[in-house]
Design a protein around this ligand. Structure first.
Ligand code: PLP
Length: 388
């Protein structure tokens, strides 16, 4: 029986990676053994103490029921302590913190809480594709702000201020930025807060990469006045090697938390308690956890540089986060062409930058979630087909 799709889905396609993974599966069935350098899902396990905590709590008879909508107190306290010790900002764990089933779902909750038909939201181009889909699914219109290498992938706030912003309610921002690996300094964050205040816009800062390949994690919420105009999403997916666990968080003013809770509490019924206790454990890990993680990523990054040199794709060495963003040589029409060629010839998948927006079309993105030996194998395969 055919049932017409809801209008809200008519301009929303299946997620690029979901489609691409099917294509890669097909190639693998034919024996290709594709090396996937696309997706940013950490391949390393969480800290052993995190797994142990999950196990311990899962053995108990009384830890399997529905949980509080606002998260277990132990997890909220751990989030508050983590924000205090790494980002130097104080949140009240009772009122200013909301655990999430991953930050991706938080993006949707925020859009559904504040946006409707007639509203607009500012979205980075290039940027994480979920911002656009969530804004569209909420019925609002995305207004793209273009980022470019010449401004180190930061928005031109002066140019934005000259646009008609009267319908804009939200601005999605994300530093360290995915996919470009660009960072924002405190002076930029201050300007952003002033911009949001002046134009009456809620800043939604998405911050899952601040521990990866950086010395000092940064948060927009550290700046004075941030709580008045901004909220922040964070995640254990990347910094805790826990992408499949689905643990994220939202921090901000208690009014924002309550508003977003109105939507979220109608969508899910909290996370399994053993998982929340284990997530709290992950947040208590000391600096040496992040240091050893980054030592691994640094070694991989050197290999990815080698791979990109092989493909003659220039890149900036000051990038942070889980990926390296590189420019495609002029001999290719765009990143899609390069990505398809490398997949077909060498059975190596690299993400075309165009999936993050038109400003990414001449770029590719390589993930660091692959061991050095596999990266070496990818380099060997690419070298082998270089002259083809
Ligand atoms: C910029 C950005 N935001 C959010 C997410 C989603 O993270 P989570 O696993 O917490 O949902 C990702 C995941 O790749 C991301 O790259």
């Amino acid at each position: 029986m055919f049932i017409e799709l809801a209008k809200r889905l008519q301009h929303t396609e299946e997620y690029y990676f979901s489609k691409k993974l099917r294509e890669i599966d097909e190639l693998n069935k034919k024996g290709a053994k594709v090396i996937n350098l696309g997706i940013g899902s950490p391949d390393l396990p969480p800290h052993p103490s995190v797994i142990e905590t999950l196990n311990t709590y899962a053995q108990l008879p009384n830890t399997h029921g529905y949980q509080s909508y606002k998260g277990a107190p132990a997890l909220r306290n751990a989030i508050a302590a983590w924000y205090n010790s790494y980002y130097h900002v104080i949140f009240n764990p009772e009122t200013e913190i909301l655990p999430l089933i991953g930050s991706k779902e938080g993006i949707m909750h925020i859009c559904m809480t504040y946006l409707q038909e007639g509203d607009e939201a500012l979205i980075p181009n290039p940027g994480y594709p979920t911002y656009s889909s969530a804004v569209r699914l909420a019925g609002a219109k995305g207004i793209y702000y273009t980022l470019g290498a010449e401004k180190n992938w930061l928005p031109d706030l002066e140019a934005l201020a000259k646009q008609d912003l009267s319908r804009v309610k939200l601005m999605w921002i994300n530093y360290p930025h995915m996919p470009t690996g660009a960072t924002a300094n405190r002076s930029f964050f201050k300007q952003l807060i002033a911009f949001a205040k002046e134009h009456h816009i809620l800043l939604c800062h998405d911050n899952p990469y601040s521990f990866i390949l950086t010395d000092k994690p940064t948060s927009l919420m550290t700046e004075d006045g941030a709580k008045e105009v901004a909220i922040e999403l964070n995640s254990l997916s990347k910094s805790g090697n826990m992408a499949g666990w689905r643990v994220g968080m939202l921090v901000g003013h208690q009014d924002r938390i309550n508003e977003i809770m109105r939507f979220k509490s109608n969508m899910d019924s909290g996370m399994l308690l053993p998982l929340q206790m284990a997530a709290a454990k992950a947040l208590e890990l000391e600096q040496d956890w992040y240091d050893q993680l980054n030592d691994t990523y640094k070694a991989r990054r050197e290999k990815v540089y080698e791979l990109l040199d092989e493909l003659q794709c220039p890149y900036n060495r000051s990038q942070v986060g889980l990926f390296i963003w590189a420019h495609v040589p002029d001999t290719y029409i765009d990143g899609y062409q390069l990505s398809d060629k490398v997949l077909q010839q060498s059975a190596v998948f690299i993400t075309p930058g165009g999936i993050f927006g038109s400003a990414g079309e001449h770029y590719i993105r390589v993930s660091l979630c692959t061991p050095v030996a596999t990266l070496q194998e990818a380099i060997n395969r690419i070298k082998q087909h270089k002259s083809v």
